[in-house]
Design a protein around this ligand. Structure first.
Ligand SMILES: [Mg+2]
Length: 145
């Protein structure tokens, strides 16, 4: 199992199951949130690496949740946000990016697309690698003192 913390924000029960199962096939275990408010609640409990964020959810939309996350968490610690939407409108893509989201996939989600965004995240962020690099440099710094 992959150690990344993934949060699936999706109001539709069937879509929740589909995405969760796809993530499992790729080796990721995910937590669920059914609207933007639950996303914020989950983030205040524990950090997440990646959020798959449905754009349209009741109570608080994915766009509003993304805006709130970008206000509340520093860019270096906030999760990587992938917008998920049934729309293929260019304007929707633009509003996702404007709200601070990092990537975008369309519904119905295809396994290879999901793999693409997760791999892209790992390549560009890889927190485990950064942690190892920090550990590796720590003794060297001590030696120079
Ligand atoms: Mg929805």
């Amino acid at each position: 199992m992959n150690t990344l913390k993934v949060l699936v924000a999706e109001d539709n029960l069937i879509n929740q199951k589909v995405v969760t199962r796809m993530l499992e096939r790729l080796g990721y275990q995910a937590d669920l949130a059914k609207d933007g408010l639950e996303v914020l609640g989950a983030l205040r409990q524990q950090p997440y690496d990646v959020i798959l964020m449905d754009m349209y959810m009741p109570n608080m939309s994915g766009i509003d949740a993304a805006r709130q996350i970008c206000q509340e968490w520093h860019p270096t610690i906030r999760p990587y946000i992938v917008a998920v939407t049934a729309s293929t409108e260019e304007t929707d893509y633009q509003s996702c990016i404007a709200a601070g989201m990092d990537d975008y996939i369309s519904k119905p989600i295809r396994l290879d697309e999901l793999e693409r965004v997760m791999t892209n995240y790992r390549v560009t962020h890889s927190p485990q690698l950064e942690g190892r690099q920090r550990e590796a440099t720590a003794p060297l710094l001590l030696d120079t003192e």
